[in-house]
Design a protein around this ligand. Structure first.
Ligand code: ZN
Length: 467
């Protein structure tokens, strides 16, 4: 029998991690993500593995986002020396994301240690460091989509395009236990049907056990076209008000979508004379990876542009300014009006966006434009939920800026896409909803029951099942 344990992203949206054990596969982790929200140093201290990292044979990594990959360096530090299978693009992004994350973590820890030293309290040792990130990268084995990759003694892994971010995959595991063939499919994060830079999620037909994300299980998205229209209107209104626009964006995926949409508006002559800043060294590095893998030929209108403009997102949006250095980022503060600032982190838990908030969130002429999911417990979620005052850098700030969300730019599938994607599997597998907050999962479970007579499970953390 194969055993599956739900260790993270169970009735919640971050910390994706599940453990598959079978004589055919060995001990396999599906993702090794960190929880997000709150203080990173404290949070990491609370993350304990509920298994022995040294005994894990393989990690199957669905994609590079930290809520799916962020604990890999710690896994390595605690003895993991197996293989990490992922797609080649995931590997490239992983390197950028993990290096950035360890840098932030060590800096935060140093600050905490300094504070503790001043109070005469104990110092904490880092739980992992740069050398562990290098260790993780050394264990990665990049594979292309669609290839049958052997694992364990009698199992095969296939990555299928999930259309969520560059390199993202649906992980299919086929195993053979004493002549019995079984298939487990793990959706990872599924993308939307009409994303401009990504393909729609690959549709599969067969699984015995299916783990599906359910981030937007209770919601449909606006269409991408509506979002561009919404973006155009919000930008124009903010421009007319003499304000600036701050876009907290995930470095991977959303940033590139936004750059693409801004480019489209520019080429159509529908963009005012904004100064556009991509204020994140990580997002700049990631955009360069996207440029190597993605073709800008989404629609007729784009294909008609010259080869030069379609070569990279930077050339597609020539008014874009890349600000890598801290001094360049601080110089943006001097721009009184007419700046679009794209900066991380996507949920405002850290990064340069908070510094821009400090300078602009209390001014009603400005706009904060959210373009992605805001998890519970994050500053972004507080603002989206309408907080009038927020605390940052030990101070209180009034939120007077206009707050908007571009619903259609999500990198996740909306409810109908999820329902249709699950409905493709015949005969119906055992379905487990993961990576969703309870409300979203319950609504999705109800709809699947009504429309497809499909009884799905929403496992709690630690839940085990056999198949
Ligand atoms: Zn993701």
């Amino acid at each position: 029998m194969a055993k599956l344990t739900f260790l993270g992203a169970a009735r919640e949206v971050t910390g994706s991690c599940h453990l598959l054990q079978s004589p055919a596969t060995g001990r396999v982790l599906l993702d090794c993500g960190m929880h997000q929200g709150g203080d990173a140093v404290k949070r990491l201290r609370q993350e304990e593995f509920e298994f022995d990292p040294a005994r894990i044979d393989t990690v199957l990594l669905s994609h590079a986002h930290l809520d799916h990959s962020g604990l890999l360096p710690r896994l390595y530090r605690e003895g993991f020396r197996g293989e990490i299978l992922c797609t080649a693009a995931t590997y490239e992004l992983l390197e950028i994301l993990l290096k950035d994350a360890v840098g932030l973590y060590l800096r935060d820890l140093e600050r905490e240690n300094l504070r503790n030293a001043r109070r005469g309290r104990e110092q904490s040792e880092p739980l992992y460091g740069q050398q562990d990130v290098d260790g993780v990268l050394g264990l990665c084995r990049p594979e292309p989509y669609g290839k049958h990759v052997s694992m364990g003694t009698a199992a095969t892994v296939i990555f299928h395009d999930a259309g969520h971010i560059l390199g993202s995959s649906i992980v299919e595991v086929r195993l053979n236990e004493e002549g019995a063939a079984k298939t487990l499919v793990f959706s990872g994060d599924l993308g939307k049907q009409d994303s401009v830079l990504m393909n729609p999620p690959c549709r599969l037909q067969h699984a015995d056990v299916l783990l599906v994300e359910s981030t937007y299980g209770d919601r449909e998205h606006r269409s991408e076209d509506n979002s561009i229209e919404q973006l155009r209107e919000i930008l124009h209104e903010t421009w007319s008000a003499g304000g600036n626009v701050m876009i907290p964006a995930f470095a991977v995926g959303r940033t590139q979508d936004i750059l693409f949409h801004l480019g489209c508006l520019l080429h159509r002559g529908e963009l005012d004379n904004w100064q556009i800043f991509l204020d994140s060294p990580m997002a700049i590095a990631v955009t360069k990876v996207y440029d190597r893998w993605i073709k800008l030929d989404h629609c007729e209108e784009v294909r008609e542009l010259s080869e030069h403009h379609r070569q990279s997102l930077e050339q597609f949006l020539p008014t874009l300014q890349l600000t890598r250095e801290v001094e360049e980022s601080m110089a943006i503060n001097r721009v009184k009006k007419g700046a679009i600032i794209i900066a991380g982190s996507g949920m405002c838990t850290g990064g340069r966006i908070r510094h821009h908030f400090k300078h602009r969130i209390w001014d009603s002429r400005n706009t904060i434009l959210f373009a992605g999911y805001q998890a519970r417990g994050t500053l972004g979620r507080l603002i989206v939920d309408g907080a009038k005052h927020i605390r940052m850098f030990g101070d209180e700030y009034i939120v007077k800026a206009r707050v908007e969300t571009l619903g259609g730019l999500s990198a996740h599938a909306g409810q109908s896409t999820l329902v249709n994607w699950i409905g493709e599997f015949q005969p119906p597998p055992r379905v487990y909803l993961v990576h969703g907050e309870p409300e979203a999962q319950d609504v999705l479970a109800q709809r699947l029951l009504q429309e497809q007579n499909l009884q799905v499970e929403t496992p709690d953390q630690g839940h085990q099942t056999h198949f």
